[in-house]
Write a protein that binds this ligand. Structure first.
Ligand SMILES: *[C@@H]1O[C@H](CO)[C@@H](O)[C@H](O)[C@H]1NC(C)=O
Ligand SMILES: *[C@@H]1O[C@H](CO)[C@@H](O)[C@H](O)[C@H]1NC(C)=O
Ligand SMILES: *[C@@H]1O[C@H](CO)[C@@H](O)[C@H](O)[C@H]1NC(C)=O
Ligand SMILES: *[C@@H]1O[C@H](CO)[C@@H](O)[C@H](O)[C@H]1NC(C)=O
Ligand SMILES: *[C@@H]1O[C@H](CO)[C@@H](O)[C@H](O)[C@H]1NC(C)=O
Ligand SMILES: *[C@@H]1O[C@H](CO)[C@@H](O)[C@H](O)[C@H]1NC(C)=O
Length: 270
């Protein structure tokens, strides 16, 4: 009897909730469609800020990397056609890498035109802060309900950035710069994308010298003598690449970035 009662009330509850659920599903469905369109629109709009690219073609080639595939089974090489279509070319001495200090690095390169991060180039700029995936049996691009690093450790967004980082490491030439986070106990993290992908692509004599800019806070006693930085230095020296490290406060960088009279690199040369 008790269970009948429970079931009865459940039944009532489900018919009462059916209408709101239907409405919510419609709203959700519309939002999903809208989100999908919005993702493509953002892609095209951001792409069009750069001249000389056929943004529709780039979108089509981008999509082919992951549509109609299980999002957990997209490999970095799926993006090879995209990087063939849009090669990453940069003048020597201008590339700015970052690890754990992305906002500071991006703020810096937005104001200081001597340096560029990956997100200042076309593909990086178009896909920065975006999420996307495909689904098996569908030719659509989704940007909601995509797996994150918890569902599977390989998924389309991560692998895009790994592929992109490899291209960025290959594009590095002359003197390169990396901004590291001095608030971390190990500013050079051996598991970071910088350490595992980008640095591995640096080769002498294409890359001659690396300047590590250790971004610290006021009154911080962190400096370039940290053990993790010794590992970075050793890895570079073993390849014949020069190394220098300079600890600078975040507030100094913010002020210095927009000073038009400063020569390139002057914000961290002593
Ligand atoms: C360093 O990391 C901390 C903690 O994640 C963050 O709050 C801080 O903004 C980062 N510093 C820089 C320079 O990006
Ligand atoms: C980046 O710049 C914006 C706007 O100038 C500022 O609000 C923000 O705090 C800056 N972030 C960092 C991490 O420097
Ligand atoms: C997806 O497939 C349908 C039916 O085959 C087709 O009409 C549509 O143009 C395709 N969309 C994309 C984005 O390829
Ligand atoms: C990642 O996805 C899982 C479900 O697949 C979810 O439980 C978790 O909250 C998500 N984590 C983040 C950081 O979004
Ligand atoms: C590259 O770095 C080295 C060592 O700091 C310096 O001597 C050289 O002038 C730099 N070259 C350029 C083009 O900045
Ligand atoms: C330096 O690096 C070590 C590990 O490499 C870490 O334990 C330590 O906290 C770091 N910071 C300072 C200020 O020494």
């Amino acid at each position: 009897m008790a269970s009948g009662k429970v079931r009865g009330s459940e039944k009532r509850r489900s018919s009462i909730t059916a209408v709101p659920v239907l409405i919510i599903s419609i709203i959700l469905g519309v939002t999903l469609i809208w989100n999908k369109d919005e993702f493509k629109q953002t892609f095209i709009q951001r792409c069009q800020k750069f001249s000389g690219y056929n943004c529709q073609t780039i979108w089509d080639v981008f999509q082919q990397a992951f549509v109609n595939r299980d999002p957990c089974e997209v490999l970095p090489k799926a993006y090879d056609p995209l990087f063939l279509l849009v090669p990453l070319k940069a003048p020597c001495n201008t590339l700015m890498f970052w690890s754990g200090a992305n906002y500071v690095a991006h703020n810096f390169t937005k104001k200081n035109h001597c340096f560029k991060t990956m997100e200042d180039f076309m593909l990086g700029s178009v896909l920065n802060d975006q999420k996307w995936c495909g689904k098996k049996g569908s030719n659509e691009t989704y940007n909601t309900g995509c797996p994150n690093g918890t569902a599977c450790d390989k998924y389309p967004v991560d692998f895009f950035w790994r592929r992109s980082s490899a291209a960025f490491g290959d594009a590095a030439c002359g003197n390169v710069t990396v901004m590291l986070n001095g608030s971390y106990s190990s500013p050079f993290r051996e598991t970071s994308v910088f350490a595992t992908v980008e640095l591995k692509r640096f080769e002498f004599p294409r890359v001659k010298h690396l300047t590590a800019v250790l971004v610290i806070q006021e009154n911080s006693d962190t400096d370039c003598s940290n053990d993790s930085l010794k590992k970075l230095e050793k890895e570079l020296r073993d390849k014949g690449i020069g190394y220098r490290c300079s600890a600078v406060t975040q507030s100094h960088l913010e002020k210095c970035a927009s000073d038009p009279d400063k020569p390139c690199g002057a914000c961290w040369s002593q």
